[in-house]
Design a protein around this ligand. Structure first.
Ligand SMILES: C[S@@+](CC[C@H](N)C(=O)[O-])C[C@H]1O[C@@H](n2cnc3c(N)ncnc32)[C@H](O)[C@@H]1O
Length: 261
């Protein structure tokens, strides 16, 4: 097993390598984050917003366009460089870890984090950190993946070998426990299914690689990805093909909105 710090470095490096391909492969991530913004209260006045695990800054820019002052924070310097290209000098940029935010208490009105927290070892830590850096009465909003996500691809791989190829995600119950451990006040939680459709399994795998979601919790077996293996995956995935002729990739997503105390 990798140590805590080398695991973080490996995550930062996997996302960093994908920084320039991310946007072209992130249709699902855009759907999830836009839904999260929709779940949040509307702000009439400018807010100080932390975009935690901002990636290429798509949502940082959405907040900025709506008139808010944004701090972009990510584990990956290369992702932050993309965010800076998108958001320019009006935003602040910070390399940091969601589990130990290099930020003062009560320094933000809003902490927004979409699809970054599933990369943390202990979900209660970034939740507690977001509570700490947001002022009382401010808003914390997050999405994270739930177990069962990408089950079609996981089951196709299970027909080929016994190795873990898809990261495991927390159950709804464990997410609720993490919220309780972070002493969260009432949280508006929604669990929703989002399905992306592909012509071929390889197109889904290309998107996962394109966004940098390639760092596994378990060591990976080498020598994967040969043509024969890919053909077997296509065959195994094909049992899920819909009447519309397309293959579903199902994500289970937790949407949380907390009014801080
Ligand atoms: C799937 S991307 C999501 C990016 C953006 N929020 C979006 O929705 O498009 C996940 C991002 O979280 C970052 N990340 C992963 N673990 C992190 C951590 N512990 N602290 C801060 N950022 C982290 C990655 O570097 C990556 O940029």
């Amino acid at each position: 097993m990798l140590s805590f710090h080398s695991q973080k470095q490996a995550i930062a490096s996997a996302f960093g390598k994908a920084a320039s391909s991310y946007d072209a492969s992130a249709a699902f991530q855009r759907r999830a984050g836009l839904q999260l913004i929709h779940d949040m209260p509307h702000f009439d006045l400018p807010q100080k917003v932390l975009d935690l695990g901002c990636g290429t800054g798509y949502f940082s820019h959405e907040w900025q366009k709506a008139g808010h002052k944004v701090t972009c924070l990510d584990l990956s310097p290369a992702m932050l460089a993309q965010a800076q290209q998108r958001c320019g000098d009006q935003a602040d940029y910070l390399v940091g870890d969601a589990e130990h935010l290099p930020l003062a208490d009560s320094s933000f009105d809003v902490a927004f984090s979409s699809l970054a927290l599933q990369w943390c070892d202990d979900l209660s830590k970034p939740l507690a950190e977001m509570r700490r850096v947001v002022r009382p009465g401010g808003v914390i909003a997050f999405t994270t993946l739930v177990d069962g996500s990408l089950e079609e691809l996981a089951s196709a791989w299970r027909k080929i070998d016994e190795y873990q190829h898809i990261n495991q995600f927390l159950s709804e119950k464990l997410i609720k426990i993490a919220l309780a451990q972070a002493a969260s006040p009432d949280c508006q939680l929604h669990f929703r299914k989002i399905v992306q459709y592909y012509s071929h399994a390889k197109d889904l795998m290309k998107d996962l690689k394109g966004i940098g979601a390639t760092q596994l919790q378990q060591p990976r077996r080498s020598g994967l990805g040969g043509r024969a293996v890919l053909r077997k995956i296509e065959e195994a995935y094909d049992v899920h093909r819909h009447a519309n002729g397309l293959l579903p990739a199902t994500y289970h997503v937790c949407f949380g909105v907390i009014i801080n105390e």
